[in-house]
Design a protein around this ligand. Structure first.
Ligand code: TRP
Length: 444
């Protein structure tokens, strides 16, 4: 049977950007920026995207598109005896961990979307918003049910396959996402606190730079660009041979960063207008924003739009995470697509129920002082993503033969340019060394 491919060039970009743009941009980036003091964090973040992010995206693209196989098959066909053979298995494992806790947050989004539609945000005090959020996430079954509902929607998209499922939904949802985001940003810019919000976001205060900030920026870049778990490798295996990899990688990185910055533009002016704390952390979107929406004229509509935006962003990301193991089950274990998708969904449902309940009834169950949700988050984002990213750059830059990498980066008949040489230098040296330094300093 012919292997599936994305049908169009826009489909390739929509799906890849859809994978990259997610909770990482709209939920995590603004709170990380807020906690790390604003502007300076953003500059370091952009440096990580350029020097490490793009080279690793191109490495994943090259391995995937060059072999047209799932990650395990790709590594095995390029270097069957390499000690880096473990990378695809780590990718499958870590993607399941991420999918499990990601679906929990996506479930919270569904609950908040439901509450916005039903007009329930009318609490009087700030404390009431915080209490409402805590009450919900510690509930003994609601968050788990929403996570299961979210994973079921994810399943329904994925079982339809690459072209009819992933490509189609990305082609529809990504343009909508941009439209909603632009409308919300324009609304934020008309608020009285816009100037203060923008200056917090864009004026760098270099005294805030610290090792933990650099680690945060790097982890954020990996998470936001969907790197290190062979997710983009798997998508690239569905690219056609004429897709320009470097251009697609640059567009992905640029749009992903743009969306993250726009999320900041959407959130911080409102935070300053209504006198909230930019350092609120992970609850920024669930506690601070609903309170802001309730005070805004037309807030009901803005909050519905905002949670729809978050839902679109999450689903296009979770389908990409799921495809890592689905392609593995189909190609290496000869399962049907339906069965492979079902298996992936089932495993993640079990894990995500445990994650969802780890804020409430399973809260006392901890490993190394972390609840299951935090353990999955920490282990995947801070350890497995950077390790995977480093291994992938080393694999593409050192293990695979040089001609292969060149043939993927350049089109047939093109000779190496300064830009392509710089890129290969970053893949071989800059990315692995930078990741290693930052990773090790994080462990110390
Ligand atoms: N990039 C997505 C986000 O920003 C999350 C994501 C999708 C991801 N696929 C991934 C993260 C693979 C790490 C690895 O929300």
């Amino acid at each position: 049977m012919r292997r599936s491919q994305f049908a169009t060039r826009t489909g390739v970009i929509a799906a890849t950007v859809g994978s990259a743009v997610g909770l990482g941009n709209i939920w995590r980036f603004p709170y990380e920026t807020g906690m790390h003091g604003g502007g300076a964090f953003i500059i370091i973040y952009i440096a990580c995207v350029l020097l490490v992010g793009i080279p690793v995206i191109v490495s994943e693209f090259a391995i995937g598109r060059g072999t047209h196989k799932n990650a395990k098959g790709a590594f095995a066909s390029l270097a069957p005896d390499s000690p880096l053979r473990f990378v695809p298995y780590m990718g499958i494992f870590a993607s399941m961990l991420i999918l499990s806790f990601y679906s929990v947050v996506a479930g919270w989004i569904l609950e908040y979307l439901y509450q916005s539609v039903a007009c329930i945000f009318d609490s009087a005090s700030s404390q009431a918003y915080a209490d409402r959020f805590t009450g919900f996430i510690t509930d003994s079954y609601r968050p788990a049910i929403w996570a299961v509902i979210f994973l079921s929607i994810n399943f329904l998209v994925l079982r339809r396959g690459i072209e009819k499922g992933i490509e189609r939904i990305s082609n529809i949802l990504m343009p909508l996402l941009f439209v909603i985001l632009i409308v919300l940003c324009i609304n934020s810019l008309t608020l009285p606190g816009a100037k203060q919000g923008l200056s917090f976001l864009f004026k760098p205060d270099f005294s805030a730079v610290s090792p933990s900030m650099v680690i945060g920026a790097m982890g954020q870049a990996f998470f936001s660009l969907s790197l290190g778990l062979t997710c983009l490798l798997t998508y690239a295996s569905y690219f056609s041979d004429s897709t320009r990899l470097v251009r697609s990688a640059s567009i992905t990185a640029a749009l992903d960063t743009l969306v993250a910055l726009m999320a900041g533009v959407l959130i911080f002016p409102a935070v300053f207008t209504y006198g909230m704390e930019p350092q609120a952390g992970p609850t920024l979107v669930f506690v601070t924003l609903p309170e802001i929406f309730a005070q805004m004229p037309g807030g009901h509509i803005w909050s519905v739009l905002f949670f729809i935006l978050l839902f679109f962003a999450s689903i296009t990301s979770t389908i990409s995470m799921s495809e890592i193991s689905i392609s593995f089950f189909i190609e290496e274990h000869k399962m049907s697509r339906n069965r492979a998708t079902g298996l992936n969904t089932l495993i993640c449902m079990v894990f995500s129920i445990v994650c969802a309940l780890s804020f409430g009834s399973l809260g006392n169950f901890t490993v190394c002082g972390l609840t299951i949700f935090n353990l999955f988050n920490y282990l995947s984002s801070n350890i497995l993503l950077p390790l995977g990213g480093m291994a992938i750059a080393i694999f593409a830059g050192w293990v695979v033969n040089r001609r292969f990498l060149n043939s993927q980066i350049l089109l047939p008949g093109e000779s190496p340019t300064v830009a392509s040489r710089c890129l290969i230098f970053c893949i071989r040296f800059v990315a692995p060394v930078a990741i290693a330094v930052i990773f090790i300093s994080g462990l110390l």
